[in-house]
Design a protein around this ligand. Structure first.
Ligand code: 0PR
Length: 384
């Protein structure tokens, strides 16, 4: 740290120079991100609430009301009248909270001490972090055509199972697991069922309403106990804004820790001091867009998805699976995928390679416009 104070302009110059090293979403070249440029209105609101600390909600009563309202609105989107939950830092923390709730619930009501969680091979790595932190064992369910194999789940259930996890919008392919079937199995076996809709949560409901043939994934299925749904992905809220929604208050209760000197007597979130800015910005952007705005947005992204998929096939690329959401994964039969990624990087694209299956994945977020896709297709043609 410097001994003497430094002039603002000097500090800003230095910071701006470093910021210039960052990639900007605006040039449409970031292909593998599930985040995008937050909406300017959301950013404006975010700034206003930077000092509000939801870790001590008695001091920030208004901001706490805003968080409750956001949870209610998201709950409505997920077909639950009285949802419980929080706006957290992202999908990782949301999944961690869900796994903690499941573990504590099973410990309290079933006496399970060395629990297991059944998680598909396609799950985001945040479940590995959660298992590590919570001392849970991960039992991996097999995939069938890149989605959970329901039979595999049935075989893996044991008297140590504390949770089953399914994904609505997988990280690598954007696919939706057979959540209705899994919900039945979980319910019949009295096992906690968590749906990770970090990516798909802010698009599937709108697409279904528009008539897209996508499966139900929400609380209308009686087995679903919690859902991760991230405003900072398809919700267009600024980072960090993740969402965790629970069906019952008891899932928060089993995680409650005494917080004697705060304005509330217990705390169930993992983070203590936490910014109210994410809640306020999410609230603002959800109101500002409304169902109509989000529907238009995702519809447009699905048009782009279709364009990319069809054009890739026209020029000899192999698309891994029919996209269900705004994500296309592909390979070329004549070039190893990492080599192909390198070629694209040389042409200035920021590429992400999926591991299972190995393929280039393009997440068609709002910053990738049709003009960028046309350029991308031209470049992909040029490579051969
Ligand atoms: N669940 C799913 C299904 C996810 O895809 C992700 C992240 C998470 C949970 C964890 O969410 P947080 O990263 O908010 O904690 N999915 C992306 C991924 O890991 C996140 C991402 C976003 C990666 C932007 C890169 C990037 O540039 O691929």
């Amino acid at each position: 740290m410097d001994e003497k104070p430094i002039d603002k302009h000097i500090i800003l110059d230095e910071l701006n120079e470093l910021k210039d090293l960052d990639h900007d979403y605006s040039d449409g070249r970031i292909l593998g991100s599930m985040c995008t440029k937050a909406h300017p209105f959301a950013k404006e609101v975010y700034y206003k609430f930077l000092d509000a600390n939801l870790g001590d909600p008695g001091l920030f009563k208004g901001t706490k009301i805003i968080e409750n309202k956001v949870i209610e609105s998201i709950g409505e989107l997920l077909s639950i009248e009285k949802p419980y939950g929080n706006i957290v830092t992202g999908g990782t923390e949301a999944n961690l909270m869900a796994m903690r709730a499941a573990r504590n619930h099973a410990r309290k009501y079933k006496g399970i001490v060395d629990g297991e969680i059944i998680v598909p091979q396609s799950a985001h790595f945040s479940f590995k972090k959660a298992a590590d932190m919570l001392n849970l064992k991960i039992v991996e369910a097999k995939l069938d055509n890149y989605k959970i194999d329901v039979e595999s789940i049935k075989q893996l259930i044991s008297d140590k199972t504390v949770a089953i996890v399914a994904i609505a919008g997988t990280t690598e392919l954007g696919l939706i697991d057979p959540i209705e079937e899994i919900s039945k199995i979980a319910h019949e076996n009295n096992i906690y069922f968590h749906v990770d809709a970090a990516f798909g949560g802010f698009s599937i409901p709108f697409l279904r309403d528009m008539g897209y043939d996508l499966p139900v994934f929400d609380f209308s299925l009686e087995g679903v106990c919690s859902i991760t749904i991230d405003p900072h992905k398809m919700g267009l809220a600024p980072i960090p804004a993740g969402g965790i929604i629970f069906r019952k208050e008891e899932y928060l209760d089993v995680m409650a820790i005494d917080s004697p000197y705060l304005t509330v007597k217990t705390q169930s979130t993992i983070v203590g001091t936490r910014s109210g800015a994410a809640s306020a910005a999410t609230y603002a952007i959800m109101k500002y867009f409304g169902k109509e705005g989000y529907s238009k947005l995702i519809e447009n992204l699905m048009v782009n998805t279709k364009f990319l998929k069809e054009n890739l096939e026209k020029i000899g690329y192999e698309v891994i699976c029919e996209p269900e959401l705004n994500l296309v994964a592909f390979n070329h039969p004549e070039m190893e995928t990492h080599k192909l990624a390198e070629e694209l990087e040389k042409l200035g694209w920021k590429v992400s390679v999926a591991k299972c299956p190995v393929a280039i994945r393009v997440v068609l977020m709002n910053h990738i416009k049709m003009e960028h896709l046309k350029e991308l297709v031209e470049d992909l043609k040029e490579i051969f």
